[in-house]
Design a protein around this ligand. Sequence first.
Ligand SMILES: [Zn+2]
Length: 351
Amino acid sequence: MSLTYANMPLDRCSNQRKNTRWLTSEFNHQATLFCIINDGMSLFADDNSFTPIYLPKSQLDGLSINSCIYLGKKILGKGPQSTESTNVRSLFAVDFEKLRFSSQEHLLNLGQWLNLREATPNLTVLDASVQALAKALVYWHNTHQFCGKCGSPSRSVEAGHARRCTECRNMTFPRTDPAVIMLVEHLFPDGIARCLLGRNAKWRAGMYSTLAGFVDPGETLEEAVIREVLEETAIVVENPQYITSQPWPFPASVMLGFTAVATSTTIDITKDDLEDCQWFSREQLAGFATGANVGINADSNASTNVETNVETNVEANAETIDDTHQFKLSSGDSISSYLITAWKNKDIGQY
Ligand SMILES: [Zn+2]
């Protein structure tokens, strides 16, 4: 099993990109491509093939290096291919709003703009990772235009991987909010192991997911696991074990996957915002519908709550969901789905 958005085919060239001469050379190279992000959405071919479109500089009138964010250099044999060149060198991300009107018009006629998660089931794992990186960095620039210290405008520096205040010179760096997400298990007296899954009222009918929450300042990841489960369900857990992580640029998180063992079993969801929470056996999970290709629009930037960030605004797709009473797994691109499936297959957990 492989986690979506977690297969980066680019070498970020973190040292080289700070060198202006090197960066300019990459920017001007004819094999360099540009990934455009428009209001959080990515550009795809118009033919429903969900092929992401990366453009050469020749198609982006008057493009300024100062408005571009360096993503990385393609690792040989991996990653996006241009329709015009098979010899991709470097990739940059650009905010659509930073383009000249003539380029914007050109792009609007070139393809369709889609939320990344809508296209993800049809993308290669490599393209999904590149698009996620571009989306995360463009979002960060858009939401950090001013200095957090003195309030003056800041400007992009270091190939788009930092911003410096134009007045006090304060530097800020791309922000990623850590969130823990945990598969909680318990071996019941009947000898059957069950895992704890909850659902938010905003999710599509029948969908259940692992519990999740943001890490507080001054808190270890393990403490966050224990606190979040207790807050949401009143279940006491111990022994959090780290499993894996996933970039989650919806809008700016990294999901840190854990297992934990429950020492209590009585669920109380009245203190938090879950609509329901239940214990499910592996046998029950086997009857869940998978969420790999359901209609999703989980891209709200407004929410500060990770549970709703994880699967917010999930819209039922009439073509794929015909039984609203059936239990369903969270969508296939999520670490939640990964953890539940791994536990079901006995690849993780104690029981
Ligand atoms: Zn400042």
